[in-house]
Design a protein around this ligand. Structure first.
Ligand SMILES: Cc1cc2nc3c(=O)[nH]c(=O)nc-3n(C[C@H](O)[C@H](O)[C@H](O)COP(=O)(O)O)c2cc1C
Length: 216
């Protein structure tokens, strides 16, 4: 059984945006997007706030499916919780003698089994809430499209920063200020979830802006 995530371009210590599908104990399916970090080629990590369907189902079943897609509608419908059932394919689940579901149009999907789940109270300046830290093992990887490419936020943040950079000397002062604020947000995202090339790129851009005299 294939379990090596490098086969679908997912690498150790990188974070990707994925759609997780789960089933509740009554057989109802659920889909929602999450950031997933790769710990090893067959081990992944999730940080999920308490209160949603996904975490409830993961706690009940100790397994879930990770779907790899770049389809904007799948991300949107799974975020607004309005994904129609017919977008999902149900498959028999040998381990629990029930069913699992994956996104029919996903480029790849893999089944994970929970290895450890820790819940702690997280407090920040907005609110305090329980957060779950989940380590899971990949037990079955299915590749449906050989050109599969997992979604990563950093490249999108970098392209936005590049577009604004290319226009910064032809806009008024207020817009320049706005672009620089956006730049800082792009830099934050890239530092958190970017790969080495993306981090190097945003640093090149920052130094260039500083050399041009922008305060950043
Ligand atoms: C791209 C994206 C990534 C997300 N990543 C996370 C995450 O890593 N952890 C988390 O708790 N919520 C995350 N969310 C928010 C959940 O998807 C959201 O709370 C959702 O409503 C949970 O749905 P559920 O009740 O079906 O589980 C993310 C949302 C988006 C759009």
């Amino acid at each position: 059984m294939e379990t090596d995530l490098t086969k679908i371009g997912m690498h150790k210590d990188q974070q990707y945006e994925v759609i997780i599908t789960t089933m509740d104990k009554d057989g109802n399916s659920n889909a929602a997007p999450f950031g997933l970090r790769v710990l090893e080629k067959n081990e992944v990590f999730l940080r999920i706030f308490e209160g949603g369907n996904t975490i409830k189902n993961i706690k009940e079943k100790e397994e879930f499916i990770v779907n790899i897609t770049n389809d904007p509608l799948m991300f949107t419908l799974s975020t607004t919780n309005t994904i129609p059932d017919e977008y999902l394919t149900r498959i028999p689940n040998k381990t629990n003698n029930d069913e699992l579901a994956y996104l029919t149009d996903a480029d790849a999907y893999f089944k994970c089994e929970v290895k450890s789940l820790k819940t702690t109270l997280r407090e920040d300046d907005i609110k305090s809430s329980d957060v779950n830290y989940i380590k899971s093992e990949v037990v079955e990887l299915n590749i449906k499209n050989k050109c599969v490419k997992p979604m990563n936020r950093a490249i999108h943040a970098l392209i936005e920063a590049l577009v604004n950079y290319s226009r910064i000397n032809i806009v008024d002062e207020d817009t320049q200020k706005y672009f620089l604020e956006r730049f800082l947000e792009s830099e934050r995202v890239i530092k958190r979830v970017g790969n080495e090339k993306e981090k190097e790129s945003i640093q090149i851009l920052k130094e260039d802006l500083i050399n041009q005299g922008f305060e950043i």
